[in-house]
Design a protein around this ligand. Structure first.
Ligand code: UD1
Ligand code: CA
Length: 458
C-alpha cells in the first residue's frame, strides 16, 4: 500500500523569539525539518506534503534542495486538524496510508516510523497513535484509555484533574488509513479551550463509529521531544550530538571529550583517529583512520586521508588532505584546495584553490592562492602569490623540486620551472626556467662608518 507523508510546519513557534521559522532552526548542522524528512525517508513515501503557513515562503525556500516535496498552504492556522485538511488536494484518492509528522520533532528514529506503519497495517486500524509514558506530561495531550483501549486524546488545557494525572501522552505522530480520513476530519469542531480544530479529536470520532484506533507506545520518550524554545533546541542538539559520538566511539574513534566534539550526522571517521576537545566536523566530511585532530579545529565538507595530523586551530573547508599530511597549527585551507600525500602546511599559511603536491612544504606565514605546486617543493616563509590584480585572478605554477626563498612575491600569472631556485626576498614577475636561479632585489650597499658620521653631524 502506498504511504504518503504529511509534515505540519505552519505554526508560528512564538517561544523561539526568532525572525526565522522554527523548523529552519538547526540542530547538529541540519534544519529541524530536515531531520524529520530523513526519518520519513525510511517509509519510501509516494508523496510528501509539507503544510506551511507562518513564513511559508522562507520554509519553502529552506527546503529548496529537497526535490519532490509539495507544499500545502494553511492560512490562517486554525489548529492541527485544520492543518492536515489542507493536504487533501495533494493526496490521491484510493487506498493508502497517511503518516503525519511534526516539523519540530527531530529525534524521531526511522525504525520507529517503520514500526508505527507495521502496527497500523497489522491492526487494520483507521488510525494509529504514537504515544509515550513520560514523567512530566504537562502541556501534552493525554491518552485516555478504556479497559486498555484508547478512547480519546484530551489536550492539557481541556483536561480534568484526573486526566492531567495520566502520564501517557500523544506524540502528535500518527498513521491514518487514507479513505475515511478527510471526511472524518471535516467532522472535527473547535468547541474547546483553545478554539482550535484538534486533530486528536479524530480518536473520539473513529471510536464512536466503532472503528479501530491502535497505539504504539515508545520505549524511549526522548524520541518525540518537540522543539518549542531555544532551550529545547539546545537539548535536542545535545542528544543528536551524543548519539553520533556514541556511534563513532563504538566504531573505534577516540573522542578525548565527547561533550565538546561537535560532529555532524553525515560525517564519516575511520578507526583509531583521535579527536581532541573542542573540534567541529561538519557537512559531508570524511576522515580516514589513524588521524590526530587537535583542539580548535573546524573541518567542513572535506576529505581527509589516513594518518593525517591536523594541529590546533585550523579551518579546512571543501578541500582534501591526503595520507600522512601535516596541517597547522593555525592554517586556513579554503575551498578547492588539495594537500597531497606527506605534504606539510604549517602555521599561518592560507591556501585558496591551491594544490600542494606530494612531500611539498609550505611551513610558515604564506598566502598561496590559485596555485599549482608540484612535488618536493619548498615554499619559504612569507611567500605570497599575488593572484589578484584588482579585476581578475591569475594562476601560479611551481614545478617539482623548486625552491622558493623566504619572503618571495610571485606575481601571477607566473611559472617557476622544475628544480629552479628563487632567491629570498624576490618579486617574481617573469617565468623562471627549469634549474635556473631567479633573483630580483636591490643590490646591498654597506656604508662603513656611517653611524659615527651621523653622530658627529648631530
Ligand atoms: C500537539 C497535540 C498534542 C500532542 C503534542 C505533541 C493537537 C491539538 N495537540 O499539541 O496532543 O501531545 O502536539 O507535541 O494536535 N501546526 C500547524 N497548523 C496549526 C497548528 C499547528 O501546522 O494550525 C503545526 C505546528 O507548526 C507544529 C504541529 O502542528 O509543527 C503541532 O502544533 P502545536 O501547536 O505545537 O501543538 P501542541 O500544542 O504541541
Ligand atoms: Ca508542539
Amino acid at each position: 500500500m502506498p504511504t504518503h507523508l504529511v509534515i505540519l510546519a505552519a505554526g508560528k513557534g512564538t517561544r523561539m523569539r526568532s525572525t526565522r521559522p522554527k523548523v529552519l532552526h538547526t540542530a547538529a548542522g541540519l534544519p529541524l525539518i530536515e531531520h524529520v524528512l530523513r526519518a520519513g525517508d525510511a517509509l519510501a513515501p509516494e508523496s510528501t506534503v509539507v503544510v506551511v503557513g507562518y513564513q511559508a515562503a522562507d520554509v519553502q525556500g529552506g527546503l529548496a534542495k529537497r526535490l519532490g516535496l509539495r507544499f500545502a498552504s494553511q492560512e490562517p492556522q486554525l489548529g492541527t486538524g485544520h492543518a492536515l485538511l489542507q493536504a487533501e488536494p495533494f493526496l490521491p484518492a484510493g487506498s493508502g496510508t497517511v503518516v503525519l509528522l511534526s516539523g519540530d520533532v527531530p529525534l524521531l528514529r526511522p525504525q520507529t516510523l517503520v514500526g508505527l506503519v507495521r502496527r497500523h497495517a497489522a491492526a487494520r486500524a483507521a488510525m494509529t497513535v504514537l504515544s509515550a509514558e513520560v514523567d512530566r506530561p504537562d502541556g501534552y495531550g493525554r491518552i485516555v484509555r478504556n479497559r486498555g483501549s484508547i478512547a480519546a486524546i484530551v489536550e492539557h488545557k481541556d483536561a480534568t484533574g484526573d486526566e492531567r494525572r495520566i502520564r501517557e501522552i500523544n506524540s502528535g505522530i500518527y498513521a491514518f488509513d487514507l479513505p475515511p480520513l478527510f471526511e472524518a476530519l471535516r467532522q472535527i469542531g473547535s468547541a474547546n479551550a483553545q478554539g482550535e480544530f484538534y486533530l486528536p479529536d479524530l480518536v473520539r470520532i473513529y471510536r464512536g463509529r466503532g472503528m479501530t484506533v491502535e497505539t504504539l507506545v515508545l520505549d524511549d520518550p526522548r524520541e518525540i521531544l518537540g522543539v518549542n524554545s531555544r532551550s529545547e533546541l539546545a537539548e535536542v542538539a545535545m542528544i543528536l550530538k551524543s548519539t553520533k559520538n556514541d556511534e563513532l566511539m563504538a566504531s573505534g574513534v577516540t573522542l578525548a571529550d565527547p561533550a565538546t566534539a561537535f560532529i555532524g550526522p553525515d560525517v564519516v571517521i575511520g578507526a583509531d583517529t583521535v579527536i581532541q576537545p573542542g573540534v567541529y566536523i561538519e557537512g559531508r566530511t570524511r576522515i580516514g583512520s589513524g588521524c590526530q585532530i587537535h583542539s580548535g579545529v573546524r573541518i567542513v565538507d572535506s576529505v581527509i586521508g589516513d594518518g593525517v595530523v591536523i594541529n590546533n586551530f585550523c579551518v579546512i573547508t571543501e578541500s582534501s588532505v591526503d595520507n600522512g599530511a601535516r596541517i597547522g597549527p593555525f592554517a586556513h585551507i579554503r575551498p578547492q584546495s588539495e594537500v597531497a600525500v606527506d605534504a606539510h602546511v604549517g602555521n599561518f599559511v592560507e591556501l585558496k584553490k591551491t594544490r600542494i603536491g606530494r612531500g611539498s612544504k609550505a611551513n610558515h606565514l604564506s598566502y598561496l592562492g590559485d596555485a599549482t605546486i608540484g612535488e618536493r617543493v619548498n615554499v619559504g616563509a612569507g611567500t605570497i602569490t599575488c593572484n589578484y590584480d584588482g579585476a581578475a585572478k591569475h594562476p601560479t605554477v611551481i614545478e617539482d623540486g623548486a625552491f622558493i626563498g623566504s619572503d618571495t612575491q610571485l606575481i601571477a600569472p607566473v611559472r617557476v620551472g622544475r628544480g629552479a631556485y628563487v632567491a629570498a626576498g624576490s618579486s617574481i614577475t617573469e617565468d623562471v626556467p627549469p634549474e635556473a636561479l631567479a633573483i630580483s632585489r636591490g643590490k646591498q650597499v654597506n656604508k662603513e662608518g656611517w653611524v659615527a658620521k651621523k653622530k658627529s653631524r648631530a
